[in-house]
Design a protein around this ligand. Structure first.
Ligand code: GTR
Length: 329
C-alpha cells in the first residue's frame, strides 16, 4: 500500500466514523427561510431573528434562520401558501390572514371581544391559546404547524379625517384585511370597508383609492402610512394577535429532538416579542406625534354598540369559546 492510498483509506475511515456516530439529520447545516411584511427593527421581525440566534447557539450553528423582511416574499396570503409547499419555513402573519385558512381562529377577529390588550395576552398565553394553536396543527388542510403567538396591540382607524364617531366614518372608504368579518365590521362602524392586501395599501392611500385604514401605532409608523394619514382615531375596535407558523412539510422531516427544540424556542420567542412590542409601541406613539399625527379620542361605546350585529352573526358558532374568553381574568 503506497502513502497516498493509505492517506485515502484513513480519510475514508474517519468520514465513516463521523457518519456512524452522528444521526443523518444531525450532519447537514440548514438555513430556514423566514418572512414578515414588516421591516427590520419591527418587533416581530426582531423576535424571529433572535429566535434564529438562539437556535444557532443551541445547535452549534447547525440550524439558522435567514430573514426576508418588508414583504420581499409577498403579502401574507402568499407567505402562507409558500409555507404550505415548503418554499419557506417560518412566516409571521396576522390572525386576520389565518382566519380564512383555519376558521376556528376567526373568534379572535371579532370586534371588541377583548376588554384590552392584557385580556388578550391572558387568553393567548393560557389554555385557549394552546387549543387554538392545536386546531391549526390538527387541521389536515392547513399544512402548517403553528409555533406561537405574538402581540400586535390595538387597531385604530387612521386617515385624513377624524373617525371619532360612526357619523364621522360615513362616506370614508377604509381598507380592511381580506376577511369578510373585517369588511362587515367597518360597515357596521359607519364607514365603507374595502378588503385589500397589505402590500397594496400604501399606494391605495397615496392615490386615494381608500381614504384610510386601521392598524396599531408601530405599523402606522413602520409602513410610512403616517406620511399620508395624519389623523389617528382611537377606536380600538380590534385586538388581533399575530401568529408565527412553520411549514408542515419541513416539520415532518425534522428529528423529534429538533421539533422539541423548535417548540421550546418558539414559546420563548412569544415573550421576547412581547417585551419588544411594548417598547416599540411606547416609542411609536411619541414618534407619530412628533411627526404631526393627531391622536383623537373616539366614542368606543358607540362603536361597540354599532358592531353588535357582527358579533351576533359570526359569534354564534363560537358561543362557548366566547364565554370562556370573557371569563378569562
Ligand atoms: C399588521 C400586521 C400585519 C398585517 C397588517 C394588515 O398589524 O402586523 O401582519 O396583517 O397588520 O393590516 O394587513
Amino acid at each position: 500500500m503506497n502513502k497516498r492510498t493509505l492517506a485515502r483509506l484513513c480519510a475514508g475511515l474517519l468520514a465513516l466514523a463521523a457518519a456512524v456516530s452522528m444521526p443523518a439529520h444531525a450532519q447537514a447545516k440548514v438555513v430556514w427561510k423566514a418572512s414578515d411584511v414588516h421591516p427590520l427593527g419591527y418587533p416581530t421581525v426582531e423576535a424571529i431573528m433572535r429566535m434564529g440566534k438562539s437556535l444557532e447557539a443551541q445547535t452549534n450553528g447547525r440550524i439558522s434562520i435567514q430573514m426576508y423582511p418588508s414583504m420581499q416574499l409577498g403579502g401574507e396570503k402568499e407567505m402562507i401558501e409558500q409555507a404550505q409547499v415548503g418554499a419557506l419555513q417560518i412566516a409571521r402573519i396576522s390572525v386576520g390572514a389565518m382566519g380564512p385558512v383555519v376558521d376556528d381562529l376567526n373568534v379572535f377577529n371579532l370586534p371588541f371581544i377583548f376588554r384590552d390588550e392584557n385580556h388578550m395576552r391572558k387568553v393567548i398565553d393560557g389554555p385557549i391559546g394552546a387549543e387554538l394553536l392545536d386546531k391549526i396543527n390538527t387541521n389536515p388542510a392547513s399544512r402548517i404547524v403553528a409555533l406561537g403567538w405574538m402581540d400586535a396591540g390595538v387597531r385604530n382607524v387612521y386617515g385624513k379625517k377624524s373617525a371619532a364617531t360612526p357619523a364621522d366614518l360615513k362616506g370614508q372608504k377604509i381598507r380592511m384585511m381580506g376577511n369578510p368579518i373585517f369588511v362587515e365590521t367597518m360597515n357596521a362602524m359607519g364607514g365603507s370597508g374595502v378588503a385589500m392586501g397589505f402590500n397594496e395599501l400604501y399606494s391605495a392611500l397615496e392615490t386615494g383609492v381608500v381614504d384610510g385604514a386601521e392598524n396599531n401605532p408601530p405599523t402606522l409608523l413602520a409602513q410610512n402610512h403616517y406620511l399620508i394619514s395624519k389623523v389617528y382615531s382611537l377606536t380600538g375596535h380590534l385586538i388581533i394577535p399575530e401568529i408565527f407558523i412553520f411549514s408542515k412539510r419541513t416539520w415532518d422531516g425534522l428529528s423529534a429532538d429538533d421539533q422539541a427544540l423548535l417548540k421550546k424556542v418558539s414559546r420563548e420567542t412569544q415573550f421576547v416579542e412581547r417585551k419588544l412590542w411594548d417598547e416599540k409601541t411606547a416609542t411609536a406613539v411619541g414618534d407619530l406625534k412628533a411627526k404631526g399625527v393627531t391622536f383623537v379620542v373616539a366614542d368606543k361605546a358607540a362603536f361597540y354598540k354599532a358592531t353588535q350585529p357582527v358579533r351576533d352573526k359570526y359569534g354564534v358558532k363560537y358561543a362557548a369559546l366566547l364565554k370562556r374568553i370573557d371569563e378569562t381574568k
